[in-house]
Write a protein that binds this ligand. Structure first.
Ligand code: ZN
Length: 460
């Protein structure tokens, strides 16, 4: 057999373990794995030099802001950052692009606008908002995995929060149509109450942002979402859980038989509230950064396998929208760009510092998110027949984060100056090298719009 490409001298990693060998690739798919050398020649050889080769990462939570706000990021920059971060599939949220995805028409327009724009494969989330529950089914085209809903103000005017009635009806629709509902779980009642009080008191300091969104607001919303989803019989996913206690609520529900999953993000595993007070607007996000004790407790949950997956919640904005919060924290955009740094941060904070194994890293960043989308093992694995999406990393290479070296359209990061062990060397999407040694080496448009399979399950 003659192969298109062979990655030899690899430390092949998947969620089950690591082993030495070679990966033969043909027609964009993994053709075979070999313990030593492949059984035939290849047109192109990549020598992995003994470095780990992981399944390409699947990031189910990005905001690339296109169409309508591509000046904030756009799919071209966003997907280049993803490729440079070892990601080969991303799932774009329905808001921050304009108009937001709330019906069949806006979804169709978004899918058309993104054609030929992405370097990596992608899917689109649908949206559940105040007034679209009766027409949710109109979004079921274009392979959406489900609908994103906010339990608190989204900060985007055309994506209003879903109250409990709407959320419950949306969950019932999702249960019937085999879709997920992904919720931003913070209580509107509590966050609005504290925000109003703090603003009335004239508070504009950084700590006011933390006080306006206390742990209680997140835990109350997670508990309520679990209750509503259980009553509706729906499959629930909770995005960006910031609290170890929040993970425990989800885990307890799962132990009791509920179909629920949750994600956390690299910023909740890296930065704490003292970092936020020191860094300021660049580290503003919602839910906000939490205590150092919580960061460590969250890591414990990761290492115990209680978290389903880690996603970036890549949420960029023009630098000016961060800077205007320097003197008044309410004025800053809340969101952290993480798509390019998720894997390096997990290599540093997890693998290097806390003993996170590479197979568990692969489970959290590729296998489990692919399962959630119903795309495993075609995505999220290196099994023969899988799409040849892979990333070669050097876990020992030390480097310093600098915003200027990111592919983001607006180069600001709360991780500026951070020393990391662990770097992405090469990324392949469906057998094509798209990123290598700091350079993007394929044109935008290589990425394809994928369709999620319906009725994904959390625990299979
Ligand atoms: Zn988000």
């Amino acid at each position: 057999m003659r192969y298109d490409l062979c990655v030899r001298n690899a430390r092949i990693v998947d969620e089950r373990g690591t082993w030495r060998g070679a990966i033969a690739i043909h027609d964009g798919r993994v053709a075979a794995l070999f313990a030593d050398e492949p059984d035939g020649p290849a047109d192109e050889i990549i020598d992995a030099r003994g470095l780990p080769v992981l399944p390409g990462l699947v990031d189910i939570h990005v905001h690339f802001n296109e169409p309508g706000r591509a000046d904030w990021e756009g799919f071209e920059c966003g997907s280049m950052g993803a490729a440079a971060g070892g990601m080969t599939t991303v799932v774009d949220m329905p808001l921050n692009n304009f108009p937001a995805v709330v019906d069949g028409q806006t979804l169709a327009a978004k899918a058309a606008a993104l054609s030929g724009r992405s370097l990596v494969d992608y899917l689109l989330w649908g949206g559940l908002v105040t007034d679209n529950v009766d027409t949710l089914g109109d979004q079921d085209a274009y392979g959406i995995p489900g609908y994103k809903a906010f339990m608190s103000n989204s900060a985007i005017d055309d994506f209003p929060a879903a109250g409990d009635g709407v959320l419950y009806e949306g969950l019932r629709h999702a249960a019937a149509s085999g879709k997920l509902v992904a919720v931003h779980a913070e209580s509107e009642t509590l966050t609005a109450h504290y925000t109003a009080r703090l603003r009335a008191a004239g508070r504009i300091d950084r700590r006011a942002w933390l006080e306006s969104r206390p742990p209680l607001a997140e835990l109350e919303a997670i508990g309520r979402a679990l209750l509503l989803a259980r009553a509706a019989g729906a499959r629930l996913h909770i995005v960006h859980v910031s609290l170890a206690e929040g993970v425990d609520l989800v885990d307890a529900a799962r132990q009791a038989g509920q179909q629920v999953s949750c994600e956390t993000c690299p910023h909740y595993l890296t930065l704490d509230e003292d970092d936020f007070l020191a860094i300021g607007p660049r580290a503003k996000c919602a839910p906000p950064l939490r205590s150092r004790a919580n960061v460590e407790a969250l890591w414990q949950r990761v290492l115990q396998g209680k978290l389903d997956l880690i996603a970036s919640d890549h949420s960029p904005c023009p630098t000016a929208d961060k800077l205007r919060g320097e003197d008044d924290i309410w004025q800053a955009w809340g969101g952290i760009s993480g798509v390019q740094l998720l894997l390096p941060l997990l290599l540093e904070e997890g693998v290097h510092r806390r003993g996170l194994s590479l197979p568990l890293l692969a489970r959290l960043t590729s296998a489990n998110p692919a399962r959630l989308l119903g795309l495993y093992p075609r995505k999220g694995s290196l099994q023969p027949g899988a799409d040849a999406d892979l990333t070669i990393v050097d876990p020992g290479q030390e480097w310093t984060v600098s915003a200027g070296a990111l592919f983001a359209r607006h180069q600001h990061t709360p991780y500026e100056g951070r020393r990391l062990h662990g770097r992405v060397i090469t990324t392949l999407v469906r057998g094509r090298v798209v990123y290598k040694d700091g350079e993007i080496v394929a044109p935008p448009g290589h990425g394809r719009l994928l369709a999620a399979a319906s009725l994904p399950r959390s625990n299979d």
